[in-house]
Design a protein around this ligand. Structure first.
Ligand code: GLN
Length: 534
């Protein structure tokens, strides 16, 4: 069995410093040196998974192939690296306690008093090791939250114990902090970083590497000072300066600052290759676009940075592939009216309606679909965005007055979107939707086929309601194209408008599988149509 190396990434001072991007970039750099990596996210909240949390609490819920509803950082891990993540790569307090309590009730602890140390910490360590397979060289574990949070203590304790289990040459602690600039003094301040490292050392963790977020460069004397106060070698104090164009510049920034070399030295790893050219090419393309496009995203959570994270990223990847600089116009669907829609969508080259739950803002989305269909603006509907397309078509083309989804109106005369029978009795909310990867069959001579260029595809799902097959023939008669179904033909997976530059709605979430180096084919086609539409 190979010796696996562990890198724990923690955060200090405050949240939102970009721990997920930092961890992903470290993963990408290790891959560029020939190592096989895996990545795990620890979320210290009590929820078993992110599936039941509101976007206001949590941002996007990322879905893996095996149907785990996880933190959006797993999306970053999959986008930046070649890892394919599963349920094993996401750990929460809820899961850990659930398991330990279940075992206690079974009598597995043989009369012992069940405690945080060692029972909870043992379970945390067991779960961390679950994501290692026979090829893994390095496992990167990001611990969510900020050092000092009460919920993260058992996880930090488990991280500390890893040195005893795996040996000190095999464990590395990276701590991400902030060096703020105090305007009145006109100076950068290192004190919060010093305190944050002290907090970590109280638990018994001495960080090996400090990534210091800073709005400017760190000079040598600052680095020396941080090094002296924190006991971190000077070469391992890295100024993670703000990047200009894209998050995908971060791996190159770290590489320039020799972070990978420091990691390899500390973990006593010998590299097999160095190749970061894919990152250099990507950034070159981002910096040299030939077109500019404007895509409107019409949704409920447009004021949140992260609610549609994977969608924004997928649009970004597809734009790079089409040599276009992307501008996203975020429009609150609640505010879209017949009076303002023309002005709202003025100069927009394509419209995207993302997934969503509940009836707030639905009317504005239906208006948007109608406007895009009639004015031949490229339209991409994802999950709820596809259901909206069906409702709009039913009301305005089939003449089904008041057609709706039973999610929004249980007693609608035309339930064109409805619950599957197997979903009807479900009253538990956690993990009960149609989740994860499913195969679909794509029909030839459709926009879907243009994009995928193959009949059999697999995409990830996260929804409860479905296209109601009772009305299938009515829709087909009036020209709506059903371009993909599940492989047994029982569920509709995508619909399209005829005679339209691009009007596609999909029941699944293609955004979860888009990467900068392999943009999702549907997003690519959508952006291609948007560029053409200019
Ligand atoms: N609310 C819809 C459903 O449950 C759509 C879900 C989504 O967009 N992810 O089917």
């Amino acid at each position: 069995m190979k010796v696996v190396k562990y890198i724990f990434v923690t955060g200090g001072v405050c949240s939102s410093l970009g721990k997920g991007i930092a961890s992903s970039s470290i993963g990408a750099l290790l891959e560029s040196r020939g190592f096989k990596i895996s990545m795990t996210k620890i979320d210290p909240y009590i929820n078993v998974d992110a599936g039941t949390m509101s976007p206001y609490q949590h941002g996007e819920v990322f879905v893996t192939d095996d149907g785990a509803e996880t933190d959006l950082d797993l999306g970053n891990y999959e986008r930046f690296t070649n890892t394919l993540l599963t349920k094993n790569n996401s750990i929460t307090t809820g899961q850990v306690y659930n398991e330990v309590i279940k075992r206690e009730r079974k009598g597995d602890y043989l009369g012992r008093c069940v405690q945080v140390i060692p029972h909870i910490t043992d379970e945390i360590k067991r779960r961390i090791k679950q994501s290692i397979d026979k090829d893994t060289d390095v496992l990167i574990i990001e611990i969510g939250g900020t050092v000092g949070d009460i919920e993260s203590v058992p996880f930090l304790e488990a991280a500390r114990q890893f040195i005893h289990d795996a040996g000190k040459d095999n464990v590395l602690y990276v701590h991400l902090t902030l060096i703020p600039k105090i305007k009145a003094a006109g100076e950068f301040k290192t004190k919060p970083t010093q305190h944050s490292v002290q907090k970590l050392r109280e638990i018994g963790i001495q960080p090996d590497i400090l990534l210091c977020r800073i709005d400017g460069e760190m000079n040598t004397s600052m680095k020396k000072k941080v090094s002296l106060f924190t006991n971190v070698e000077e070469e391992a104090v890295v100024d993670a300066v703000n990047i200009k164009h894209s998050i995908y510049e971060v791996p190159l920034l770290y590489e320039e600052r020799k972070l990978t070399d420091v990691i390899l030295k500390k973990l006593r790893l010998t590299q097999t290759k160095v190749d970061i050219s894919i990152w250099e090419d990507l950034i070159h393309n981002i910096k040299n676009p030939q077109h500019e496009i404007r895509i409107a995203v019409v949704g409920k959570y447009i004021d949140l940075q992260d609610a549609y994270k994977s969608i924004y990223e997928a649009l970004h990847h597809a734009s790079i592939a089409n040599n276009a600089k992307l501008h996203i116009k975020r429009i609150l669907s609640d505010d879209m009216t017949e009076e303002n829609i023309k002005a709202n969508l003025e100069g927009v080259d394509g419209v995207l309606i993302p997934g969503g739950f509940g009836d707030r803002g639905i009317q504005g989305k239906i208006l948007t679909a109608k406007y895009a269909r009639e004015n031949k603006i490229p339209y991409f509907g994802i999950c709820l965005g596809m259901q909206i397309m069906v409702i709009e078509y039913a009301r305005n083309i089939l003449g089904f007055k008041g057609a709706n989804s039973t999610e929004f109106e249980t007693k609608t005369a035309y339930p064109v979107i409805s619950l599957l029978e197997e979903q009807e009795g479900v009253d538990k909310k956690g993990g009960t939707m149609r989740l994860g990867a499913n195969d679909s069959i794509v029909l030839k001579d459709t926009r879907m086929f243009d994009a995928y260029q193959k009949e059999k595809i697999s995409e990830r799902h996260r929804h409860r309601y479905e296209f109601n097959n009772l009305y299938k023939e009515n829709f087909i008669d009036k020209g709506l194209v059903i371009s993909a179904t599940t492989d047994d033909g029982s569920l509709v997976e995508s619909v399209e408008w005829n005679n339209h530059p691009f009007g596609v709605g999909v029941q699944f979430h293609p955004e979860f599988k888009s990467k900068p180096f392999s943009p999702h084919p549907l997003f690519k086609e959508f952006i291609k149509a948007a560029v053409k539409n200019q």
